[in-house]
Design a protein around this ligand. Structure first.
Ligand code: ZN
Ligand code: ZN
Length: 397
């Protein structure tokens, strides 16, 4: 079968690899109908997440079940399913408690496994014609409809991007009336805006520097803030102060700020004064200034415990400069970490089917799998309006 192989940093090829086989009675084999490229794939592509040489990449599949092992009970051949990025067993203590992203079984000796991801259990990736899914009953989320229908791009986002976004709004406990600021208008940032509105946020600012992504944020009803046009914190605070004028509790000016701040960028944040330069501390520094007293901060962008290519000595050791003093003084509640996709997938699937959520609106490109090398290069450059790319293995045949 054809699969997307990362040979070395920034060198992608689409080539024939062996067909996956059922290796255990609990396995499922999936025929992939859509497979999305994630911002995390770009970190792997750039060589920032450890040795990704000669791996089949990808962790965001949607497809149809082609074979099931003898011990699989809930999933049948022909079922349409999405498969959460984080591979879980369903029976370890972390899985019981809803922390499927920290499964103790699927990556022995560590916590958390994923497809096509260095250091996450060695599982083959999902940007391929077929995928082996371990513990099929625990990992397949059954879906209505047919391949290629109006939900194809909504459901493919259930694998990772949408539950990650929803996790951010859970960590920050977004509730009706909240004023939300999201740094990063990539797929996860945009979907976080969508989830925040679903939970009743009254205003959502989205900060980024890429015009196509800012336009998309505006389309979704958020207020785009172009970080290249001056300090985003000052501009948002000025706007909030203007809105408040004359109606606030006397002295409420001291409370100025967003009630919820979300970092959807992570360690590859850019320096506002020179956008070409990475500054991993920049986003949290901004959000600490921007958040109101007693606000809630969620960090869903990836940070690393070691990063040999980081721009600062401390970031190479996974140590970042965090304004704890400001956050403590403001009494900010901080939540962070990988999402536990399985915990949210049924809620989000039902919201899609009901029409409450239409996450597929953020998909900018659908391309044949054979065009993966070009798609990675353009997505990595954030050029040509590349926001979220879905690869189509069927169009490649
Ligand atoms: Zn992803
Ligand atoms: Zn588990």
């Amino acid at each position: 079968m054809q699969a997307v192989v990362l040979n070395e940093p920034r060198k992608i090829s689409v080539e024939a690899v062996p067909e996956p086989e059922l290796q255990a009675q609990t396995d499922v084999l999936l025929r992939v109908t859509s497979s999305a490229i994630c911002g995390t794939d770009l970190h792997i592509y750039e060589g920032r997440l450890g040795d990704g040489s000669r791996i089949v990449i990808g962790h965001e599949p949607l497809g149809v079940v082609e074979r099931v092992g003898d011990a699989v009970v809930n999933v049948r051949v022909g079922d349409r399913v999405t498969v959460p990025t984080h591979i879980c067993c369903g029976f370890c203590p972390n899985c019981w408690h809803g922390y499927s992203g920290s499964c103790l079984t699927t990556n022995p000796g560590k916590w958390g496994a994923a497809y096509g991801y260095p250091g996450m259990g060695g599982y083959a990736g999902a940007q391929a014609e077929r995928l082996r899914v371990p513990f099929g009953d625990a990992n397949c989320v059954r879906l209505p409809g047919e391949p290629g229908d109006r939900w194809e791009h909504d459901f493919v986002l259930l694998a990772d991007a949408l539950p990650t976004a929803y996790h951010a709004t859970e960590l920050a406990r977004v509730r009706p009336g909240d004023i939300v600021a999201i740094y990063g208008a990539g797929a996860v940032g945009l979907l976080t805006a969508m989830c925040a509105f679903m939970r009743g946020a009254s205003k959502v600012f989205v900060v980024d520097a890429v015009p196509a992504r800012l336009d998309k944020a505006g389309e979704l009803g958020a207020q785009p803030i172009d970080m290249r046009e001056g300090d985003p914190v000052e501009r948002i605070l000025e706007e909030l102060a203007r809105e408040r004028r004359g109606v606030a509790w006397r002295g409420e000016e001291a409370n100025l700020g967003v009630t919820v701040a979300i970092d959807a960028i992570g360690f590859q944040a850019r320096d506002r004064r020179d956008y070409a330069v990475e500054n991993p501390d920049a986003v949290i520094a901004d959000l600490a200034r921007l958040i109101a007293p007693n606000g809630r901060l969620a960090i869903i962008g990836v940070f690393l415990d070691q990063d040999p290519h980081a721009t600062t000595e401390s970031a190479r050791r996974g140590e970042y400069l965090i304004p704890w003093g400001t956050l403590f003084k403001k009494g900010v509640n901080v939540g962070m970490g990988r999402d536990h996709d399985k915990r949210y997938d049924d809620i989000l699937r039902d919201a899609i089917v009901r029409g409450t959520l239409k996450p597929g609106r953020i998909v900018s490109h659908r391309l044949p799998l054979i065009d993966a090398a070009d798609a990675f290069a353009k997505f990595d450059a954030r050029s040509d309006g590349y926001i979220k790319v879905v690869l189509d293995p069927i169009a490649s045949r």
